[in-house]
Structure formats: structure tokens, C-alpha cells
Design a protein around this ligand. Structure first.
Ligand SMILES: *[C@@H]1O[C@H](CO)[C@@H](O)[C@H](O)[C@H]1NC(C)=O
Ligand SMILES: *[C@@H]1O[C@H](CO)[C@@H](O)[C@H](O)[C@H]1NC(C)=O
Ligand SMILES: *[C@@H]1O[C@H](CO)[C@@H](O)[C@H](O)[C@H]1NC(C)=O
Ligand SMILES: *[C@@H]1O[C@H](CO)[C@@H](O)[C@H](O)[C@H]1NC(C)=O
Ligand SMILES: *[C@@H]1O[C@H](CO)[C@@H](O)[C@H](O)[C@H]1NC(C)=O
Ligand SMILES: *[C@@H]1O[C@H](CO)[C@@H](O)[C@H](O)[C@H]1NC(C)=O
Ligand SMILES: *[C@@H]1O[C@H](CO)[C@@H](O)[C@H](O)[C@H]1NC(C)=O
Ligand SMILES: *[C@@H]1O[C@H](CO)[C@@H](O)[C@H](O)[C@H]1NC(C)=O
Ligand SMILES: *[C@@H]1O[C@H](CO)[C@@H](O)[C@H](O)[C@H]1NC(C)=O
Ligand SMILES: *[C@@H]1O[C@H](CO)[C@@H](O)[C@H](O)[C@H]1NC(C)=O
Length: 304
């Protein structure tokens, strides 16, 4: 299990001391300090705006039994590097939100790569995510014949075999720390699964090329009724039936890993599904304004 270190900004404060009594010089110091503070402010602002564009890491699948064979690792490694850069090129120059390609087709060193951006992010966010993913996947998981990296904004994977379209392996779960406030867990589970099944159906029957759906539902949790938001997406290339099966399989893992939580996701090779008690996606068709996500959300991952 890998986790990215939280980015921390170290603000260093320098104490400038002056023994000088000259008033003009003091004024000069004051002005230059203000000048420095101004540039520090600009610098911090630019840092903040760039970090807001960097994708949010979720998890990485990095199997310990798929390390390169030493006799032919250079060919595979070269193929992989070309593959990853062609994925990045396609995201940045092509502006695509999905791309799948092969390197070394017909050889023992074949590698297939895919990236998929979340259905509601713009191309700038998508490009940033794919670029980061392509670098991080080999940095965090070196010398493997297969790996998958999931961010909030995109997923990128490569493999020298075939991932089964409806399998929950390889996969990962993410859950919110917060519990739902109800004693009727079974009722909640029932409402949740039928909500997620509806999203799975919507995403798989999507009329557009994207097999993507978001939605909202109101759950009566006895004490109050709560809005629940969901998102489901498949990697293009699946049939409608495969997409729905993948999503339904994925949703069933949520009861095992994350029962009673206010938010959880299942991230697989071919699809992903998520629900949360706040509106975490960017749907312009839904005009209802909702409170921002609760801050300080940290989640725990469990491998399936
Ligand atoms: C490989 O991973 C599996 C489970 O993910 C673990 O049980 C096993 O001990 C690991 N093997 C090595 C050599 O690290
Ligand atoms: C790696 O180990 C898993 C079980 O831990 C197994 O299902 C999988 O087939 C193995 N992969 C390879 C390439 O040996
Ligand atoms: C390396 O060669 C072996 C056969 O010698 C083959 O099975 C394997 O797929 C090749 N590629 C990698 C990445 O190990
Ligand atoms: C990008 O994707 C398109 C298809 O969507 C493909 O024709 C093109 O060759 C790709 N470009 C690169 C650099 O991989
Ligand atoms: C959300 O959607 C609007 C309108 O389509 C778009 O302008 C904006 O960039 C989107 N935000 C993200 C994070 O993609
Ligand atoms: C894309 O979305 C991001 C994040 O919401 C936003 O900062 C950026 O301005 C958007 N870019 C375009 C071209 O809409
Ligand atoms: C990956 O392989 C390279 C040689 O190709 C080696 O130098 C490096 O130590 C390996 N990294 C890991 C983590 O095994
Ligand atoms: C996923 O769903 C399909 C069809 O419903 C089923 O055959 C398969 O066993 C499921 N896979 C897992 C891992 O649950
Ligand atoms: C949520 O519930 C679990 C099990 O009932 C408990 O262990 C955990 O402490 C609870 N978490 C919070 C944040 O209340
Ligand atoms: C929720 O259901 C209970 C009975 O199960 C009912 O008494 C209550 O009025 C309902 N609350 C809402 C907000 O619908």
C-alpha cells in the first residue's frame, strides 16, 4: 500500500535584525520588508493555485508478484515508457478524456495502456491528472508488468495481460470516516444499493459515448432525510451489459468494506462507483446549491 505524502508548505520566517539607528535606513528596511512580503504573498498565491490543479491521489494497485523478468525487462520497459508518453500526448494534444493503446503488439512484451478521466472534469483538469498519473505510476510502482493508479479526477493503468471486465480484482475501496446516523442499517443498505443500481443502469445505458452517470437521492434515515449523491462510470469498450455488471459488482463491495459510512467508493480496472453525503461532482444540469464538502476528510483504503 502506498500513500502520497501530504504536501506541506514550509513557511520560513526570517528575522531581520538591525542595530542601526538611522531613521531613513529604518524606513528603507520597512519598505523592503513590505516588498518582500508582497512577493511572498504572490509566491504563495501561485503555489496555492497550482496545487488546486494537481489531482487528488486515491490509491495504486501494485502487485508484488508481477515484477519484470530480468532477461527482457529493457524491451518491456521501453514499450511501457513509449506507451505512457503516448497516453500523455493524447490527453494533452488530443484533448481526449479517454484513450487506450498498445505497444509491442504481437510480441511477448506487449503492453496495453488506458487512461480515463472522470466524466465531469474539463480537459485542463484531465490533462493535469493524466500527466501526473503517468509519472506517478512508475515512480510509486516501479518494474511491474501491470499497475493501476486512481485519482479523483482520472484513472490510468497498464498491463501485459487482460483485466476481466466485471471482476472486482484488481480493485480498491475508499471510505469516509464518518458514520451515518441511523439505527436501521439494513434499511440504509437497501436504499443505497437500489440507488447505486439505478446509477449503474443509467451509466451503462448512456446515450453518449461516455458511460457516465451522476445522481441524487433522498434517504429517510428516521431522524431526518439526507441527500445522497452518486457517480458511476465505465471505461469505454465495455458492452452495456458488462458495464452494468462491473458497476453492480463494484457496488456490492461497498457493504463489505464500508458499511454504514457517509461515503465510499469502489475503484476497479473497468469501472468505478461512488456515493457521498455531499455533492462531490460537477453537474451543471443540477442547479440545487448545497453546502461544501466537510473539510479534513481523510479516508482509509482497503484492498479487495
Ligand atoms: C505479496 O502480497 C500479498 C498480498 O497482497 C502478501 O500476502 C504477500 O506476503 C506479499 N509477498 C511478498 C513477497 O511481499
Ligand atoms: C499474483 O498473485 C495473485 C494472488 O495473490 C494471483 O491471483 C495472480 O494470478 C498472481 N499474478 C501473477 C502474474 O502471478
Ligand atoms: C519476458 O519473457 C518471458 C518469456 O521468456 C515472457 O513470458 C514475458 O511475458 C516477457 N515479458 C515480461 C515483461 O516479463
Ligand atoms: C490519440 O488518439 C487518437 C484517437 O483518439 C489516435 O488516432 C492518435 O494516434 C493518438 N495519438 C497519439 C500520439 O497517441
Ligand atoms: C464544471 O462544469 C463547467 C461547465 O461545464 C466547467 O466550466 C467547469 O470547468 C467544470 N469544472 C471542472 C472541475 O471540470
Ligand atoms: C477547468 O476546471 C478547473 C477546476 O474547476 C478550473 O480551475 C479551470 O479554470 C477550468 N478550465 C477551463 C478551461 O474551463
Ligand atoms: C527496477 O529495475 C532497475 C533496473 O532496470 C533497478 O535499477 C531498480 O533498482 C529496480 N527498482 C526496484 C524497486 O526494483
Ligand atoms: C461480477 O458479475 C458477474 C455477472 O453478474 C458474475 O458472473 C461475476 O462472478 C462477478 N464477479 C465478482 C468478482 O463478483
Ligand atoms: C463509526 O462506527 C464504527 C463501528 O460502529 C466505530 O468503530 C467508529 O468509531 C465510528 N466512527 C466515528 C467517526 O464515529
Ligand atoms: C421517515 O420515516 C419515518 C417512519 O419510518 C417517519 O415517521 C418520518 O416522518 C419520515 N421522515 C421523513 C423526513 O420523511
Amino acid at each position: 500500500m502506498f500513500s502520497l505524502q501530504d504536501q506541506q508548505e514550509n513557511n520560513q520566517k526570517k528575522e531581520t535584525q538591525s542595530n542601526l539607528t538611522n531613521n531613513n535606513f529604518k524606513l528603507f528596511l520597512l519598505l523592503s520588508e513590505m516588498f518582500l512580503l508582497f512577493f511572498l504573498f504572490l509566491w504563495l498565491t501561485s503555489i496555492t493555485s497550482t496545487t488546486s490543479l494537481s489531482p487528488t491521489f486515491n490509491d495504486i494497485y501494485c502487485p508484488n508478484n508481477t515484477t519484470f523478468q530480468s532477461n527482457n525487462n529493457t524491451i518491456f520497459k521501453t514499450n511501457l515508457n513509449v506507451l505512457l508518453s503516448s497516453l500523455v500526448t493524447n490527453a494533452t494534444l488530443g484533448g481526449a478524456d479517454f484513450y487506450s493503446t498498445f505497444m509491442g503488439l504481437g510480441t511477448t512484451n506487449v503492453v496495453n495502456g488506458v487512461f480515463l478521466c472522470r466524466g465531469d472534469v474539463n480537459s485542463t483538469v484531465c490533462q493535469n491528472c493524466v500527466t501526473t498519473a503517468a509519472t506517478d505510476i512508475t515512480r510509486l510502482c516501479p518494474n511491474k508488468t501491470e499497475s493501476i493508479i486512481w485519482f479523483d479526477e482520472c484513472m490510468l493503468r497498464y498491463t501485459n495481460r487482460y483485466f476481466s471486465p466485471t471482476s472486482i480484482v484488481p480493485g480498491a475501496n475508499l471510505k469516509d470516516d464518518k458514520n451515518i446516523t441511523t439505527s436501521k442499517l439494513d434499511t440504509f443498505n437497501g436504499m443505497l444499493l437500489s440507488f447505486l443500481d439505478r446509477l449503474a443502469r443509467e451509466a451503462s445505458n448512456s446515450q453518449t459515448a461516455k458511460q457516465f452517470a451522476t445522481g441524487e437521492d433522498k434517504f429517510n434515515l428516521s431522524i431526518s432525510s439526507s441527500s445522497v449523491y452518486g457517480l458511476a462510470q465505465c471505461v469505454p469498450g465495455l458492452t452495456n451489459v458488462q458495464c452494468e455488471e462491473c458497476l453492480v459488482n463494484a457496488s456490492r463491495t461497498l457493504l463489505t468494506c464500508c458499511e454504514g459510512k457517509q461515503g465510499a467508493r469502489a475503484l476497479l480496472a473497468w469501472c468505478n462507483i461512488r456515493y457521498d453525503f455531499y455533492k462531490f461532482y460537477n453537474a451543471t444540469d443540477d442547479s440545487s446549491s448545497l453546502p461544501p464538502p466537510s473539510s479534513g476528510k481523510r479516508s482509509h483504503w482497503f484492498n479487495l
